[in-house]
Design a protein around this ligand. Sequence first.
Ligand code: C2G
Length: 132
Amino acid sequence: MKKVITYGTYDLLHFGHVNLLRRARELGDYLIVGLSTDEFNKGKHKEAYHSYENRKLILESIRYVDEVIPEQTWDQKIQDVIKHNVDIFVMGDDWEGKFDFLKDYCEVIYLPRTVGISTTKIKTDLNMVKNG
Ligand code: C2G
């Protein structure tokens, strides 16, 4: 069984996230998502709208996702790859090169981001609607 892992906040789930998860899952047979905890998001200077538990519930309902684990630190990826026998690490290409150190442990693939959508854009657009 070829196991794939990816990480993210996955807040206000949108089609860019789903495109990433679908393509990541298609690279193997089993997809693990390292989901940023609320605490870890503080370190990422991100404040998710949905709590970790609710973001986890939503991700677990997606057909492409087989398992969700907490992402609590920047440094856990190597141990995650080893512990879960991961074959492929996948991230969107906004992270191009940032995780190449994992190449000693698994294949590293950066996939093109989906253009025109982001959680920030959603928040901005909704704010504009609210403010008229
Ligand atoms: N993504 C994408 N296209 C978009 C938006 C996001 O392909 N239009 C991808 C990102 O590249 C990432 C994943 O969807 O691979 C999740 O996006 P975020 O939740 O924004 O993840 P991020 O905050 O970048 O966290 O340790 C890694 C970090 O936890 C990544």
